[in-house]
Ligand binder design. Structure first.
Ligand SMILES: [Zn+2]
Length: 618
């Protein structure tokens, strides 16, 4: 609830009050009675109930939106309040409903600030007694680097996408080339002050994430059409960053604060009371419009080295789960630059699973040549299984015949077509064999008399590393990669599988991704070497590989000759400083929404509306 008379300063108690005259500029003939109370209000332009409407604009103020209201003292119950001047700066609310000036006040009535300025209100009691209240309504808002006012309710603070840069700390009117940094601007009636402010960052769970004590306020212009009775103060442009690397760099430490998508930047006064807040989400300006919050569904999986053996990373199952969650948290925070989050990573269900047995029968795994006719003899779960091919059959026709024979033998068979590799005649086709109970079956090739269509069995043996794709078979993946991925695939193309293996065969590589535009049955998969989990912030491997999937883009910006080593999607940069590969451009964010957003062919991103946060109280 609310109603704390936080911003109230009793100027003088009624009994024995000095007769303070309100200022002489009051319009009309009769002067209002003496001011006995001075109240500071904040123009309520933020959106504490997350309905995308400023709290001071709605016809009803919902309970969550009443946090910035000031409850009138009980002695005003039964009195009427009538503005003598400045009525547009504040309004009366009772139980969240608007309450007219001049009506008899119920107990618990509240004042809500609407716009910066000074209001003088005459209070009249039924016994004829009259006093005045002077109300100073302060504005607490934000401006972007170009000096444009940002709407605290309809717009969002965004995470820093620009490497550290020096700014003039005293010139609060300096325009800066940074689309994310925001200045806090305090607007007050001339002669009034809300005192020093602090800025707190609150996470998506409502808990305090970071804060900056004593943000210096420097006099600034209020704007060309601002009334002359107002004065304005502004802070340095604050950077909302995802981690300590960006937070602590000497160039920007004084103006950086950690933040996360779904959270809020809360401005407080010296006593710790909340003044106003702005929520944190995606960038305000992109070619795809402003970006709010999106959720990316990820299925994290750690492979064991062998059935029942140790996990690929972390030593124990608990260690593996913790290590991957940590990497997921880093990747989620990094994609927060585009308003994309994986949700609460600490609750993510990380599965530690056995490598699959040799269960995958691949037809035409090399060139996808048609059959010339013959007999293929397999042994599945210890029992013989034979099927015939006919001359001219495609890999798909052969797969259908195998599936038919397998199902007749009481097995389950799932057919999946692979993308055609560049040199291939036709796509190869895989048949995944399962036992009746759904467990992957173990298969063995005894012989094949078909001279042209190749038959091979895919399993996973991680002792020599995962055999990864080269340039020619990259779209289809190697047979071992397909056996790995198809064993854990949930069949939902809108989720991304993240699979950790001990290492890739051949060395060098620490992560790879399979993306939608390849046309493969294996899509939206990231495979991560344990070194990619350990490398953490120096390379942001998981965030980078996910980038290929989210952007549906196999290439890197430096492939096209634009070498920007600060970009997350740069192919070769490795730098643990805030100048390392970690940034996303507005164009990347727009592309993410176009390629993977709710209106894309396979939507990986679902819109996640912000809900009201309960801010920590002090
Ligand atoms: Zn890459």
């Amino acid at each position: 609830m609310s109603g704390v008379s936080a911003h109230r300063t009793a100027l003088a108690e009624e009994k024995g009050a000095k007769k303070v005259r309100s200022d002489a500029s009051v319009g009309g003939s009769a002067l209002p009675p003496p001011v006995t109370e001075r109240i500071a209000l904040i123009a309520d332009r933020d959106d504490d109930d997350a309905d995308d409407v400023p709290d001071g604009e709605g016809a009803v103020v919902s309970p969550a939106a009443r946090v910035d209201l000031v409850t009138l003292d009980a002695r005003y119950a039964g009195a009427t309040l009538t503005p003598a001047r400045g009525r547009e700066h504040a309004r009366l609310v009772a139980n969240g409903k608007l309450f007219g000036w001049g009506e008899r006040l119920p107990a618990g009535a509240q004042l809500q600030g609407l716009s910066p300025g000074r209001t003088v209100i005459v209070a009249r009691w039924p016994n004829g007694r009259e006093t005045s209240l002077a109300i100073d309504v302060h504005g607490v808002g934000v401006r972007d680097g170009q000096g444009r006012a940002v709407d605290m309710a309809r717009e969002r603070a965004s995470l820093q996408r620009t490497p550290p840069a020096r700014v003039d700390l005293d010139d609060v009117d300096q325009a800066i080339d940074d689309p994310d940094a925001l200045r806090i601007v305090v607007t007050s009636p001339e002669g009034a002050s809300i005192g020093p402010i602090t800025v707190e960052s609150v996470g998506a769970d409502g808990a305090s994430l970071d804060s900056t004590a004593d943000v210096r306020l420097v006099r600034t212009k209020c704007g060309d059409d601002a009334p002359a009775e107002l004065s304005c103060l502004a802070t340095v442009p604050l950077r909302f960053v995802v981690d300590d690397v960006d937070r602590r760099h000497a160039l920007v430490a004084a103006r950086s604060i950690k933040a996360e998508v779904g959270g809020a930047i809360v401005v407080r006064d010296a006593k710790g009371d909340k003044l106003q807040a702005i929520r944190v989400a995606g960038p305000r300006r992109t070619a795809a419009g402003p970006i709010g919050r999106y959720r990316l569904a990820i299925r994290p999986i750690v492979m064991r080295l062998a059935p029942g053996g140790a996990p690929s990373v972390g030593g124990t199952d608990a260690g593996a789960i913790a290590a991957l969650r940590q990497e997921l948290a880093v990747a989620s925070a990094t994609w927060g630059q585009c308003g994309i989050t994986f949700g609460p990573v600490a609750q993510m269900d990380v599965k530690v699973v056995n490598p699959p047995p040799p269960y995958l029968v691949a037809l035409g795994d090399d060139l996808g040549l048609p059959a010339s006719g013959g007999s293929v003899r397999l042994r599945v779960e210890g029992r013989p299984l034979t099927f015939s091919t006919k001359k001219g059959w495609s890999t798909r026709q052969a797969a259908l015949e195998l599936a038919r024979v397998a199902e007749k033998a009481g097995l389950k068979a799932a057919i999946s077509e692979n993308a055609r590799i560049s040199s291939g005649a036709a796509p190869s086709v895989d048949v995944a064999l399962r036992r009746a109970d759904g467990q992957l079956a173990s298969a063995e090739l005894l012989s094949s008399s078909d001279a042209t269509m190749s038959v091979s069995i895919g399993g996973v043996d991680l002792s020599d590393g995962l055999q990864h794709f080269g340039d020619t078979d990259s779209v289809a993946g190697t047979l071992e990669e397909r056996a790995l991925v198809k064993a854990v695939d949930d069949g939902d193309p809108r989720t991304i599988e993240v699979i950790v293996v001990p290492f890739f065969g051949g060395g060098g590589r620490i992560g790879e991704s399979f993306i939608g535009s390849d046309g493969s049955s294996m899509r939206n998969v990231v495979i991560l070497d344990r070194a990619g989990v350990r490398a953490q912030r120096t390379s942001l491997t998981l965030a980078h590989e996910l980038g290929h999937v989210i952007l549906d883009e196999p290439g890197h910006p430096d492939d096209y000759g634009i070498d920007t080593p600060t970009l997350l999607m740069d192919s070769d940069a490795s730098d643990a400083s805030p100048f390392g590969p970690r940034r996303l451009l507005a164009d990347d964010c727009a592309r993410a929404v176009r390629q993977s957003g709710p209106r894309s062919r396979i939507p990986l991103l679902t819109e996640w509306k912000l809900s009201a946060l309960k801010y920590p109280t002090r």
